[in-house]
Design a protein around this ligand. Structure first.
Ligand code: GLA
Length: 371
């Protein structure tokens, strides 16, 4: 039976956190680690799913595919099939096998990588040619409507549309993508991800709460997106006069300053000014920690260790409340950083962190197709 294998990468986000659901700017890149989905046609209407890394085999009939049918990792796979089914007719069952070298649940968008690899493989199995930007919308629908997490679109767009040796400046309001070359090799520097292996409770609920706070601020300020706020002081005055509480003011301040930082980071990168890029990354962490309140002790420790190890900058990455940090650091300091992270986490009584060197990699692609 016809088989298609697709691979979608995970992503890191250099700067621009918690801005993608308020029309803001993000600055991610795909990484080498990713997820591979192998899809084979079946003669019946059954979809079977298995993962090489995670336990449990799942099976369902295409006709019973609705949100809530499965949970856990299988929901990302089933959600991807569901999202394709909302747009294209699927007239056959499918055997789906997932294999990943991307660590799952570590804040490098394994969920988006699963969705994107399955969607790309399935559309290819259906012999349809759909633009990547559209596939990213379907993947986001899988996450929002099937899995039920109200994320923005950064992860899916980065996984499907990144280019090797480039960062992606994505303007989520105007839906414009600008791929900006990055050459850290000649600067003898690298991005390092520290997976703190911590995950705090209420992750999803807290993410949704942050979104609600941003929506409340936008409603009071009568703008569609917080991205549309350019005069922060004036907007804060308006929130105060409307009786908004301090939490809403903090959320607004994070989003507005973070959007400014992304644009400054683009300029710093274009000028090959890693010192300044690092400083902006540090400011982003402080804002996420103090104003947006999505950091946690493990993430703060990983950031402090990176700074003490001589990094240009470091910050928590992704939704927060656990997961990973991203650090920009000179190559000759990487070993020191690794050692300090292991020792520092041990002293604090935390699990031993995992450290990954990441480079700007190609977005999702078809690995093979055979009949
Ligand atoms: C998660 C979401 C993204 C984005 C980040 C925070 O990774 O999937 O859409 O909102 O959190 O920047």
């Amino acid at each position: 039976m016809k088989t298609v294998i697709a691979r979608a990468p995970g992503r890191v986000n250099v700067i621009g956190e918690h801005t993608d659901y308020t029309g803001g700017f993000v600055f991610p890149m795909a990484i080498e680690l990713g997820v591979t989905a192998q899809l084979s046609k079946r003669t019946d209407q059954i979809v079977s799913m298995r993962s090489k890394q995670l336990p449990g085999d799942f099976e369902f009939n295409l006709s019973e595919l609705t949100p809530g049918l499965v949970t856990g990792w299988a929901a990302y796979v089933a959600g991807a099939v569901w999202a394709v089914k909302q747009n294209l007719e699927i007239s056959f069952g499918i055997d789906i096998s997932i294999d990943a070298d991307l660590p799952l649940g570590a804040g490098m968008s394994s969920s988006a990588a699963v969705e994107c690899s399955v969607i790309l493989a399935l559309v290819t199995l259906l012999e349809k040619d759909v633009p990547m930007r559209e596939l990213a919308r379907w993947a986001k629908r899988a996450e929002n409507e099937f899995v039920g997490v109200p994320t923005g679109s950064m992860d899916q767009v980065a996984s499907l549309m990144s280019k090797a040796d480039h960062l992606m400046l994505f303007d989520t309001r105007d839906d414009v993508i600008d791929l900006i070359p990055i050459d850290l090799t000649s600067a003898d520097a690298t991005f390092v991800v520290i997976d703190t292996r911590s995950k705090h409770e209420l992750t999803d609920g807290s993410y949704a709460q942050r979104r609600d706070d941003c929506e409340e601020a936008a409603k009071i300020l009568q703008v569609k997106y917080l991205r549309d706020i350019t005069d922060l002081d004036n907007a804060i005055d308006s929130l105060i006069s409307a009786g908004a509480n301090n939490r809403i003011i903090q959320r607004l301040r994070h989003v507005v300053t973070e959007n400014q930082r992304v644009l400054q980071a683009v300029a710093a990168l274009k000028a090959s000014n890693l010192q300044q890029l690092g400083e902006l990354i540090n400011q982003s962490h402080a804002s996420l920690r103090d104003d947006f309140e999505v950091s946690c002790p493990e993430l703060n420790l990983a950031v402090s260790i990176a700074i003490e190890s001589g990094a240009f900058g470091a910050r928590m990455m992704g939704g927060g409340f656990g997961g990973s940090t991203i650090t920009l650091i000179s190559n000759h300091l990487v070993e020191t950083l690794k050692e300090n992270a292991v020792v520092g986490f041990k002293q604090a009584g935390y699990l031993s962190p995992k450290v990954y060197l990441v480079t700007a990699s190609e977005g999702a692609k078809i690995v093979s197709t055979h009949n």
